[in-house]
Design a protein around this ligand. Structure first.
Ligand SMILES: C[S@@+](CC[C@H](N)C(=O)[O-])C[C@H]1O[C@@H](n2cnc3c(N)ncnc32)[C@H](O)[C@@H]1O
Length: 360
């Protein structure tokens, strides 16, 4: 047995967060996995994200598109700029980002637009929806150079422009429900265990679906672009992933509050809720096709300027983002539109996309 690791686990089992979760279960009985996930990730003081312990990138717990390097933000900046043009180059175009972590994506987008898309830069405002003060503080530091180009909100308000998120939906609390049975989090002595209970037909991803209600209610005109990993429908696999230090942990009860917990996104339920709220699907494809479409459009466009820096680093970033065995196929992109005429020509990112529902 690895003694260091064993000692580490014992320490983890007695953190204030773990004690607090145990106390609730002792006094109120087994709790839904959504409640457990809410505590582990978002407890105001001790949660993995809300405490600021979350670390993304090489020295952190996992990689995201954003942590690969600035190229992801640069390509998305080109897509946002095309949307701005389609909406008539308005002056009060807002990019709303939710789940902005340390503000790196915002910086990549703003640095690129300032340098390469200056007319768009002058017309845009950047808004970060951030409920956690410690993350807001980090974002302010990262984005200091952009002054009042950026504003922060802890809850959404009406805007025209684009709502963007990368790996937001997969981080929202889920219930573990399958075939009329729900797995609740209970206790066996001091150990967390799953306890099964029958459950009526109910939604497992309520938080993610309700977040669409909130976005739809506030988007006056424009698009929602969400990147995440998941499945459209039939092939949907409910997999909870627990990640710490680039390792997949066996159980969500390991390193509670120090590990990330996510669940693959059920895109169909997101799409249906969006449609019920008056949003229209403007495209759905995998990341590989989406980013390839943006690159292709920029190279064939009248500006004729390549988005790709001619450096070894940029080439490596591009390969990581596009390669089917890296992030290219694992992630999908959904775009929703509101009060925008149906596109006669798809957005650049969907140039090579198939119809919603076609795989591959
Ligand atoms: C997996 S991280 C992704 C971070 C970043 N977008 C990236 O790609 O590197 C998920 C982020 O979503 C944030 N988050 C979760 N629920 C949120 C909500 N309701 N509003 C705003 N941010 C939220 C978390 O705090 C966390 O920063």
């Amino acid at each position: 047995m690895d003694v260091d690791r064993c000692a580490f686990d014992v320490l983890q089992l007695n953190t204030p967060l773990v004690e607090l979760i145990r106390e609730t279960i002792r006094s109120q009985g087994p709790q839904s996995f959504a409640w457990f996930m809410q505590q582990a990730l978002y407890h105001p003081e001790h949660g993995y994200y809300s405490s600021g312990r979350c670390a993304i990138g090489r020295k952190g717990d996992y990689f995201t598109n954003v942590s690969v390097g600035p190229l992801f933000g640069q390509l998305l900046a080109a897509q946002f700029s095309e949307i701005w043009e389609r909406l008539g180059k308005m002056n009060d175009f807002v990019i709303v980002e939710q789940g902005a972590h340390d503000g790196q994506f915002a910086r990549d987008v703003l640095e690129f637009t300032q340098k390469r898309l200056s007319e768009f830069f002058d017309a845009l405002r950047y808004r970060i929806l951030e409920p956690f003060p410690i993350l807001q503080e980090r974002q302010r530091q990262t984005l200091e150079a952009f002054g009042d180009k950026i504003d922060w909100r802890s809850s959404p308000e009406p805007f025209t422009g684009v709502h963007f998120s990368n790996e937001l939906l997969d981080a929202m609390p889920v219930r573990l429900i399958s075939d009329g049975t729900e797995k609740l989090v209970g206790l066996d002595g001091d150990n967390f265990v799953f306890v099964e209970r029958p459950v009526d037909k109910t939604m497992f991803n309520q938080a993610a679906v309700e977040s669409i209600d909130e976005i739809a209610a506030n988007l006056q005109r424009g698009y929602v672009i969400a990147f995440d990993y998941g499945f459209l429908d039939e092939e949907f696999e409910r997999t909870v992933q627990v990640r710490a230090r680039h390792r997949n942990l066996d159980s969500p009860f390991e390193q509670i509050g120090d590990a990330d917990i996510t669940m693959s996104v059920h895109w169909r339920s997101i799409v249906e809720r969006a449609q019920a709220n008056g949003l229209r699907v403007a495209g759905f494809t995998d990341q590989h096709h989406f980013l390839t479409g943006i690159i292709s459009q920029s190279e064939s466009g009248d500006r004729g300027q390549s988005l790709l820096a001619d450096s070894v680093k940029a080439k490596r970033e591009l390969q990581t983002l596009l390669h089917p065995e890296m992030l290219g196929r694992a992630f999908q992109v959904l775009a929703l539109a509101k009060n925008v005429c149906p596109e006669t020509k798809p957005l650049a990112g969907f140039k090579f996309a198939r119809q919603l529902g076609q795989s591959g």
